[in-house]
Design a binder for this molecule. Sequence first.
Ligand code: MG
Length: 205
Amino acid sequence: MGMRIGYGFDSHAFKAGVPLVIGGLKIEHSEGLAGHSDGDVLLHAITDALLGAVSAGDIGTFFPPSDPRWKGASSDIFLQTALEEIATAGYKIVNIDTVLVMMRPKIVPIAGEMRESVANLLGVSPRDVGIKAKTPEGLNQDGVAVAYATVLLESIAAPEQLGRMTATVEDEDEMDAVVESLVGNGRDTSALGRKVTPFDTDDLT
Ligand code: MG
């Protein structure tokens, strides 16, 4: 079974006067997260993990902060694009694990709801989504929200599906054609790395 792993990171500073959205969940708080988009630090880290797993660049590759179309955009748009990229590459999510680091608000009381929200956006079961919260002890970053995400993907063409197929072949050439039609289509990795452009490291999304 073909599997791939992806890893993502993001950080945003807290800012008064903007709504707080983390994991697609609107949270009651005195400050939100500054950013060109809605500043959803968790969805940005997950988006980067998904894109990284299929070597498709990062969030800045697809949504440069210089583009006014993404000003105030819902980060769900970024996530859905990453999901399309992994599907195009022939993969689906096995599970995802994340860590949120922020002094406040406290995430633990809303972690269950946030997990449901992220699972819903990803189209997976909540049991395949991990959300852990830490406070930034000793890091002197109380005004910042940080997110880390790891994702595991598996090939959509599962070996057991291929194993159930039968074919009658007359000679070796025909066998080659059958194998290519089964394996070649299901495990097409030609899309990996497509659309990769020089990274914009000044990621404000
Ligand atoms: Mg970001």
